[in-house]
Write a protein that binds this ligand. Sequence first.
Ligand code: ATP
Ligand code: MG
Length: 389
Amino acid sequence: MSRAILPGSMVKGQPATLGVMGGGQLGRMFVHAAQAMGYFTAVLDPDAASPAGLVSHHHVQTDYLDEQGLQQLMACCSAITTEFENVPAPALRTLAAQCPVAPGADAVAIAQDRAAEKAHFVRCGVPVAPHAVIDTSEQLAAVADDLLPGILKTARMGYDGKGQIRVKTRQELAAAWDELKNVPCVLEKMLPLMAECSVIVARGADGQMVNFPVQLNLHREGILAVTTVGDGAVPADLAAQAVAATRAIAEGIHYVGVLCVEFFILEGGQLVVNEMAPRPHNSGHYTMNACDQSQFELQVRTLAGLPLTQPCQHSPAIMLNLLGDLWPEGGAPAWDKVLALPGSHLHLYGKLSARPGRKMGHLNITGVTPEAVRATALQAAALLGIEAF
Ligand code: ATP
Ligand code: MG
């Protein structure tokens, strides 16, 4: 990835084309950012109606491990990225043999596995929750008492709180492991959370790294609900620690691309790392309206080998996640009223059926002061039927 793929250029006789594995909303916003800069785009996703496939120049509609599909994608792409961490690492390795791929399969493989991920955080000197890896019934029996009450999480394929069971006793733990079909898991001690925050960095192949400010995240039922970012959202000393930890985590795997690291802030004010996502993140969607560059633009730049400049947040912001629960039967929420609020920016992902818990879009609120942003965000929440925060 030493030579930049310049926007609007020709590469091997075809227009410079950036590809993405996965066609969800993150892929769609990547495609939008890439196209805004003049790239052609390609998406691989089996779903004919995938949010990113619908807006891309090319849509390869096969499974992620389909040899022909991967060949087709490689044939039209100058470089390829991924939009969700469960893209099989072997597929990324196949692609990397013929085409620049970022982030690399090794980094994605670590993020796919909670046990490997925690080991990496520890190697980087960043505190993690006390935990035990459970692959066998012997390991289950040997779990230390002080990890209870805890949360049993599948090592792989978890998202939005799925694949997680809260347990108080050894009996509950054993039952939970059975319920999770005895797949490899990590048991984490339940920690007293005061708040949660995350940091997004972008790192180029040359090792240059930039970061967005620390954002404060409110989760409801295991799903991100509200992100707040601006002066004072996270105390300055904790924010500095979180940024330094995120940079160390990215550096430690020679990461190339956009990386998000999520943290817990404990009641005593201590910072503990939760997990990382090898891609743009829901908690960074505010960057689309509150910063001079979005996280998706930085994903494009890292993939194409373009220079990175430190992003600048020019407005305080709040992001409200829009889940399918807000959709009235057969209709749409009152966007006309919401968009009458100053500084409101609507992003919908082109999903036609709204189901409870399904991420349909997000609403960014920007304004001059954090107080004004919060007042507007609360008005929007009330109009939409989102619980106040
Ligand atoms: P996603 O990838 O969508 O962020 P996930 O399914 O990987 O979610 P986690 O981030 O592990 O899930 O956990 C979801 C939420 O559950 C956390 O944001 C936090 O609110 C809560 N949680 C997870 N682990 C702990 C813990 N050890 N102690 C207290 N709360 C926790
Ligand atoms: Mg999480």
